[in-house]
Design a protein around this ligand. Structure first.
Ligand SMILES: Cc1cc2nc3c(=O)[nH]c(=O)nc-3n(C[C@H](O)[C@H](O)[C@H](O)COP(=O)(O)OP(=O)(O)OC[C@H]3O[C@@H](n4cnc5c(N)ncnc54)[C@H](O)[C@@H]3O)c2cc1C
Length: 484
């Protein structure tokens, strides 16, 4: 079921397609391109493509990698050799031009939020829709419509839409605080003027120390960051030379390499000075896709005293003047911004029907998705973008190519038992690699993952022109151009 409002610039795509795609971010666009011969309907809740690059970005948000590492295989960035990190606006432009180039924007129904999915065993008849059997489908609210499809690809994103808000003891939540509390997603909705009004001359506390928190602290330039869970941070210049080292993390020497990177970062960045050295090894952040790039001038602002850090040593809650910690110390604030992340699973579960909703997540908290895409027990449905890697665009694209060929019947899925066995193996690797395994990141076995996907769809997993390149040059999305 979708909530419909027409988009001004795009006529609605014709309905009656066999395939629906939910979401028009990186994953939805990649899926739409691979399935475009089916003329899919892409339901997009917002009024534009690009997903998080629109909804979770501040003025200062940039891609964390260079252009060549966030590039569709057959659609190079116009200025791909520019080594600078593109701004979120450039990423949005790149994604929009990808959609235009492959003529998939015509499939997108903007301002159309999918609010419910129902599985119908038998092919539906006209009587199943349009309110003729209201008892079965419930009555429709104004603007709501049912559509029928044979296959649904859920690309609703892991971030955005549903903020994760910490739970507080009674009478110690945001309602107690006299100042203003907001989640980073609400801050992203403010225009420049409103954001500056909110923060002007205020004491700002930012809860969190991941990418969103770091960017926001620099943007506000007068914040205290309350570090709820420290992660590894890299500075821009140090990351560039690190691709090869990251690959080596996969080797048996990975403990040693991890230690080496940790020592390098401690030498390069003032992490000890500010008490920001993570308690866990670097390899665990790598294994859970939690590394953040430190923007230029971040520590320079800290040196000037404009950004102050407070380490997470205890529980915290609100008091009327700010934040209070378990050891009774207090942090005064006028504005508290929670950069505490998003609940991607809640978003998925909100639209899935039972019994599939309960099947989606195992008791361990993991999503058992074969090739990061198909739930062995959920028929006629695929999920893209919910299991991450360090190269998310590439991973979503490769999985979309695989999905397109699966839907085209170019290969068959293995048995349910074999799929469960494979996903169990991968989940065990995640569990063993990091205590943050619930973040669903395949970075420690992403090369294997790509190889297996290639082999399953009948491609050569050795994508380079010769063994020298195979041995010594890193893989990129360009190595996965179709029919290579
Ligand atoms: C601040 C930030 C910075 C990031 N930086 C990087 C980076 O540097 N490098 C990197 O590799 N990754 C980065 N990521 C990860 C990023 O999530 C992925 O790279 C990628 O953009 C995810 O695309 P997606 O299409 O899977 O999801 P999204 O971008 O979240 O797109 C999902 C889309 O689905 C729509 N939608 C959701 N629910 C519904 C519904 N019920 N009905 C209809 N539409 C719906 C949403 O409106 C949205 O447009 C970053 C993420 C964030 C939040």
């Amino acid at each position: 079921m979708a909530n419909n409002q027409q988009h001004q610039n795009h006529p609605p795509p014709p309905l009656g397609s066999r395939i629906a795609i939910i979401g028009a971010g990186v994953s939805g666009l990649a899926a739409a391109k691979q399935l475009r011969h089916y003329e899919p309907v892409v339901f997009e809740a917002s009024d534009c493509v690009g997903g998080v690059w629109k909804s979770c970005s501040y003025e200062s948000t940039k891609l964390q990698s260079s252009r060549v590492d966030y590039e569709f295989a057959d659609f190079p960035w116009p200025n791909r050799d520019d080594q600078s990190f593109p701004s979120y606006v450039e990423v949005l432009e790149y994604l929009e031009s990808y959609g235009k180039h492959f003529d998939v924007l015509k499939f997108v129904k903007f301002n159309s939020k999918v609010v419910d999915l129902r599985f119908i065993g038998e092919p539906p008849t006209a009587a199943d829709f349009g309110g003729e059997r209201p008892g079965e489908y419930g009555s429709l609210l104004p603007g709501q419509q049912w559509h029928s499809f044979e296959f649904v690809v859920v690309c609703s994103g892991k971030y955005g839409d549903i903020p994760k808000i910490p739970v507080f003891p009674n009478h110690k939540g945001p309602e107690t605080f006299k100042g203003q509390v907001l989640h980073s997603i609400d801050y992203c909705k403010l225009d420049k003027e409103a954001a500056s009004q909110l923060l002007k001359g205020k004491k700002v506390a930012i809860v969190g120390f991941k990418k969103s928190a770091i960017d926001l602290a620099l943007e506000t330039r007068r914040a205290t960051m309350y570090d709820a869970c420290k992660d590894t941070t890299l500075d821009c210049s140090s990351l560039l030379g690190m691709g090869t080292l990251l690959c080596l993390l996969l080797s048996p020497m990975r403990r040693g390499i991890s230690k080496f990177i940790e020592s390098y970062l401690l030498w390069k960045l003032p992490l000890l000075k500010y008490g920001l050295k993570p308690d866990h090894p670097f390899e665990e952040d790598y294994a859970s896709c939690q590394m953040a790039i430190i923007p230029e001038n971040f520590f320079a602002e800290a040196d000037k005293g404009k950004i102050v850090f407070k380490r997470a040593l205890s529980k915290w809650w609100f008091y009327e003047g700010g934040i209070e910690f378990e050891d009774s110390t207090r942090l005064e604030a006028d504005v508290v911004v929670l950069t505490t992340g998003y609940d991607g699973k809640k978003k998925l579960k909100a639209i899935l029907p039972e019994p599939f909703r309960s099947l989606l997540e195992l008791p361990s908290g993991l999503l058992p998705l074969y090739r990061g895409t198909i739930h062995p027990l959920i028929p006629n449905m695929a999920f893209l973008g919910h299991i991450e890697s360090v190269a998310n665009l590439h991973t979503s694209e490769l999985r979309s190519i695989w999905l397109g060929r699966l839907v085209d019947n170019k290969f068959k899925l293995p048995s349910v038992e074999e799929m469960i066995e494979q996903t169990s193996k991968e989940m065990e690797i995640m569990r063993q690699s990091t205590r943050f395994f619930k973040r669903h990141c395949i970075s420690t076995f992403s090369i294997n993952h790509s190889d297996e996907i290639c082999e399953e769809m009948g491609w050569n997993a050795w994508r380079k022109k010769n063994w020298l390149l195979e041995a010594f040059s890193p893989y990129s999305s360009q190595d996965y151009v179709e029919n290579k």
